[in-house]
Design a protein around this ligand. Sequence first.
Ligand SMILES: [Cu+2]
Length: 386
Amino acid sequence: MKKQNTFIVALAVIAAVSAAFWLLLAAPGLTGNEINMTRGVTLQSQNNYHLHMTVLWICVVIGILVFSAMFISIVLHRKSKGHEAAKFTHSTKAEIVWSVIPVLILVIIAIPATRALIVMEIAPETEMTVKITGFQWRWKYEYIEEDISFISSLAADSNAARQLHSGINPASVEHYLLDVDHRLVLPTETNIKFLITADDVIHSWWMPALGWKRDAVPGYINEGWAKIQEPGVYRGQCAELCGKDHGFMPIVIEALPPDEFRQWARQQQLAAVEEEAQIERLWTLQELMDHGEEVYSSQCATCHQADGSGLAPAFPALAGSAIATGPISEHINIVLNGKEGTAMQAWGRMLSESDIAAALTYTRNAFGNETGDVVQPQTIARIKNS
Ligand SMILES: [Cu+2]
């Protein structure tokens, strides 16, 4: 008798725990939205949210029905009460019922799911286009109509804190690994088309607040679209394992009202004109070293390390290296065009002429590489255009 009581108590506990679990999951009002899917700021993300809630509630109802039936029959029809198990082995009626009901439920779920997919896939008339290219390990954004383009890398404070033996507590960094140096600034209330591709390996551009992600595949262009409903800062990440720094290429969108976005775009265009002028002039060694240190620490130090010591064997040291202290033309060539079969990328496609000239000058004169060489932005421009 005692054994059976324990059994009933155990069943009651399991029932209570499952009920609490369902309630916790299904009641965003009770527990806050931390454990639930986000609603996001686009039509697609809201469709996804409602679909998710619909399916969740269907599951809750099924769960309650199935578990109640199970627990009730276990408790009320237990052996100690004198019940005996039925002996039948086959029931066509039962089989039809347990096939038809799930099929009906699936069909009911398929209707809103298909609708959500159609909205996600078929873009309305779009007003602007942003091309997104995944690189190991950063994103490049090109605003096609506005003629703006830039590289977005992990923010400096996150990048510093993630280095081995940095001594910085990641918990002290705001938005650790979810912050970038250049945000993807976009207008709200605008139909934006995204063209997504990659330059080296497969990445995936994932922005939960938009409600979708797209694989970034070299040689292919995937499409997505969004109309962001609310201004704000939204964070996402690369969602396809793409190499050693996969966890360090976050995505940050800053959505601005359309007029503020216009202002921002105008500033970027002016900055590009300014950059153009910077290529033409002659820089001093000090200017190149100062700017070079910035470029080096944000772009190169990830692999070659802040002190140029590298990470053998994949990432060679630059301090005293044959390339950084050898013939300058070879050094320029490897930085502009990368090195096949290694992680060294073709930076000519990612950085400006001034950035490349400064980084080259810096690496040829830092870490004890005292070559005294000065590489001018106009030299890089000439080589790139030849
Ligand atoms: Cu990745």
